[in-house]
Design a protein around this ligand. Structure first.
Ligand code: ATP
Ligand code: MG
Ligand code: MG
Length: 552
């Protein structure tokens, strides 16, 4: 959005362009690890990185950070590409994998060892932790720290050749065991992992650490501004050290605040648990904050991009109210989604003075906010269904829906009046509401200007289609901030996050709507046709209700 004031990253880029630091080049990257599906937090990073490239006429790479073979899979590589494309971004021919650089990183590492800046260390993981020290105590140097270059080269070579068991040795940077920054206390650069990699197979049994592979990948790709989340601020000295020590092209790391959202969790680790422990139906369960979940839920890419624009780019962490995301989809669908009628919990209405067998085609505009969407016809008959909640035998004050003796308007049709009810003799439940209609009150006829407060949605009993409707609530009952994520989030799962209604009736026009089609069900919210729909039973998922709780 060109009209928005520059965010702090744009301020940095503008300054760099002024000084010619990168020769007016802007080159970013989005670097997901293919170990899960992308979530709305990643969408923020995607919009930011690809957005900056678009704004400055630069480039943005899609790079898979695939340096940990034990957790990664092609399934995730594929889903990530689908999600980035669906959001509306394109990497053209700039798709890369950190694993493409394994050989290059290995060669650079040999140089690093030759410079005396890295050594093979035989301490166990536990010992290394002990030697590392704490924030208040300096670390201790490893007894292997002063191995000769020749010995290090030979041992590293043997690590690569698979001569040592997993976990027995690592390659470490030789930096400073008394640095106040724990990340600089001789961090591990390479570890032995005996697991097939989804791209390189069994070629490697040593893998570079993220903190080491990342700056090298950025550098090799000519990235100018390497944008990551705040947790990595403490890693920046290592990022810079790596580029300096290897004497390769220097890019700069810039940290911004990660997106946190109320009532959901946003970490692949926890999202995977939801999937694996069957709390949800999959990564694309419509309750999931994943891009694929939001897509299935009926969110549009436009709404997600708008959301990312509105939350902006900050330097300190905060939690965004999920109501803002909901506001964005309502705004987008307001003029896009046709307004139709669906009865979720049906109650039968019989209009005693309407001729039996008569079918009247009522004209209904598809969207009063968007006249271009035209109109359709709705069959009106003697037997109809309305919502159970829209009738009360003994109403409280200010109940403007249908009650005995009272009048309401049936949307796009007539004013009706309730005459009497018929109850089930055993249960006492109301099974039929008998009404009369006033033929002079047909919608759009302009003949009678009689005011009634209630306007109800309805469907014709003979024409309505059966449907299943799925209503969603938040996954978590409480706000989950990052600290809380450490606790067991399962305790805060909302047990009522899914409600399935199987006896719904929808107007005939949407009976065969294609999966992915979106509608506003009058007075009920926005809905999307789910892929679980069959020819006999369409399935609609509620995207969001109509009530906007976002305080502007
Ligand atoms: P998670 O912590 O959810 O597993 P991650 O950071 O490990 O996510 P990556 O695949 O490494 O996932 O992330 C790819 C990019 O997306 C990184 O640059 C990361 O900074 C960014 N990113 C991840 N989560 C968020 C978030 N909540 N808000 C903004 N950016 C994010
Ligand atoms: Mg990660
Ligand atoms: Mg992470």
């Amino acid at each position: 959005n060109a009209a928005m004031p520059a965010n702090f990253i744009e301020v940095i880029i503008n300054e760099d362009n002024k000084t010619g630091k990168y020769g007016n080049r802007v080159h970013t990257r989005f670097p997901p690890e293919p170990n899960g599906y992308l979530h709305i937090g990643h969408a923020k990073s995607i919009c930011l990185n690809f957005g900056l490239a678009l704004k400055y006429g630069g480039k943005c790479n899609l790079r898979f950070d695939d340096t940990n073979p034990t957790k990664e899979d092609v399934e995730y590589v594929d889903s990530i590409q689908e999600d980035v494309r669906w959001l509306g971004f394109d990497w053209d021919d700039r798709k890369f994998y950190a694993s493409d650089y394994f050989e290059k990183i290995y060669e650079l590492t040999l140089e690093l060892i030759k410079k005396g800046k890295a050594y093979v260390c035989d301490l166990s993981a536990g010992e290394m932790r002990e030697y590392r020290g704490t924030l208040t105590e300096p670390g201790k140097e490893s007894p292997y720290r002063n191995r000769s270059v020749a010995e290090n080269l030979s041992l590293f070579e043997k690590m690569r050749l698979g001569e040592f068991p997993e976990g027995s040795r690592v390659l470490r940077a030789k930096i400073d065991m008394s640095s106040p920054n724990l990340n600089m206390r001789d961090p591990v650069l390479y570890r032995i992992i005996r697991a097939p990699h989804h791209r390189t197979g069994d070629t490697w049994c040593i893998y570079p650490m993220y903190d080491y592979a990342h700056p090298i990948s950025d550098s090799l790709e000519g990235v100018t501004h390497s944008i990551c989340t705040l947790e990595f601020a403490d890693h920046r000295p290592l990022y810079d050290w790596t580029l300096e020590a290897l004497e390769i092209y220097k890019c700069q790391q810039i940290e911004f605040a990660r997106l946190n959202l109320t009532n959901t969790i946003m970490s692949k680790r926890y999202l995977r648990r939801l999937v694996e422990e069957n709390y949800v139906s999959g990564w694309d369960d419509p309750r999931m904050p994943t891009i694929s979940g939001l897509r299935r839920r009926g969110y549009t890419p436009e709404a997600i991009r708008d959301f990312c624009d509105r939350i902006g780019v900050a330097k300190s962490n905060s939690t965004v109210d999920i109501a803002l995301l909901e506001h964005c989809i309502r705004e987008d669908l307001n003029t896009k989604a046709p307004r139709v009628m669906a009865v979720l919990k049906p109650l039968k209405i019989i209009i005693d003075n309407y001729p039996d067998g008569q079918v009247e085609e009522m004209t209904a505009e598809n969207n009063p906010e968007n006249p271009e969407m035209g109109s359709r016809t709705l069959p009106f008959t003697r037997e109809l269904y309305i919502e159970q909640d829209d009738f009360m035998e003994n109403p409280p004050k200010k109940y403007f829906r249908l009650t005995p003796g009272a009048e309401v308007r049936l949307k796009h049709a007539y004013i009706i009046k309730c005459e009497h009810v018929i109850k089930d003799e055993q249960t006492g439940e109301i099974v039929e509401v008998h009404c009369t209609y006033d033929p002079d009150t047909k919608s759009g006829s302009g003949t009678v200007n009689r005011k009634v407060k209630g306007v109800l949605h309805w469907v014709s009993a003979a024409h309505a289609a059966k449907a299943e409707v799925r209503l969603y609530d938040y996954l978590l009952t409480a706000q989950q901030d990052q600290e809380e994520e450490a606790k067991d989030f399962v305790d805060t799962l909302n047990p009522d996050s899914l409600e399935v209604l199987t006896a719904c009736l929808v107007e005939p026009s949407i009976k065969t709507a294609q999966p992915g089609s979106r509608f506003q069900f009058m007075r009920q919210g926005y809905f999307v046709v789910d892929r679980d729909s069959t020819a006999d039973l369409p399935v609609f998922s509620r995207i969001v209700s109509l009530k906007d709780s976002w305080a502007k």
